[in-house]
Write a protein of this length. Structure first.
Length: 250
């Protein structure tokens, strides 16, 4: 059974993707490099059960060759032809997900084993609202301008390479900032929103690997740097100095 591609001009026109309920939903945003996205999705489906849905949002009108091979009864694809920013696009997918938990995943990240069952098990313990692969602690000595990776354990922030979160917890902090048109640092801002809302975050080793990160290396440098700075400036304006929302240093 093939699920047809849904095409809309604007993200506000999107109403639903699936009526089926799933254990969790993987959410992927892309604005190009469709073949890498197809590889990511196929690796996901090869390593998890059919109770895991995949929602793919395509921003703009990139070359879609190869996309038809991934569509099935648990893989839903929507194209927003006029384009949509990363934060607003991911927010729309979170709202539409028919599952208790969602996993935000960059298309450069590939599963080499079942990386989803461990994070869902951790979320289901009810202690942590978000679990991910990479993250760390805000570097206070650096005036909050960097993040130190301390390895597995409780963290201040998680990165969107692979970021599982309880949907209700995400909604309770108003999701990602829609002003984040580019992904970089938007995950740090969202993590600190969760922390400010008393949420706890956990980093763990998972069977994942990252291929070329086109969203960083193959994005216009001026756009990348400008939007990354805008995202981080919001973090500094809102959170810098609020050490009470950070975990104990380790």
């Amino acid at each position: 059974m093939s699920v047809p591609l849904k095409v809309y001009k604007r993200i506000g026109d999107l109403r639903n993707l699936s009526k089926k309920d799933f254990t969790a939903t993987v959410l992927i945003y892309t604005d190009g490099f469709i073949q890498d996205t197809v590889t990511c999705i196929n690796a996901t489906k090869a390593n998890v059960g059919e109770d895991i849905a995949i929602y793919l949002l395509i921003s703009g009108s990139p070359d879609m060759v190869g996309l038809e091979s991934i569509q099935d009864e648990r893989t839903y694809v929507v194209q927003i032809t006029e384009g949509v920013g990363w934060g607003e696009g991911i927010n729309a997918l979170i709202k539409l997900a028919n599952s208790k938990d969602v996993i935000i995943m960059d298309p450069s990240t590939n599963l080499t084993g079942d990386a989803i069952s461990p994070v869902l098990a951790k979320l289901n313990e009810g202690v942590f609202c978000a679990v991910g692969w990479k993250g760390g602690l805000i570097n206070i000595a650096d005036e909050w301008r960097s993040v130190d990776d301390k390895g597995p354990g409780e963290v201040d922030v998680l990165f969107s390479y692979f970021f599982a979160v309880n949907k209700d917890a995400a909604l309770s902090v108003n999701l990602f900032n829609i002003r984040a048109v580019y992904y970089r640092n938007a995950d740090i801002e969202f993590s600190l929103r969760l922390r400010q809302g008393q949420g706890r975050l956990w980093q763990m080793e998972l069977p994942l690997k990252q291929e070329r990160h086109h969203g960083y290396y193959d994005t216009d440098e001026a756009f990348r740097d400008e939007q990354s700075k805008k995202n981080y400036d919001r973090i500094l304006d809102r959170f810098r100095g609020k050490t009470e929302i950070l975990i104990e240093r380790r």
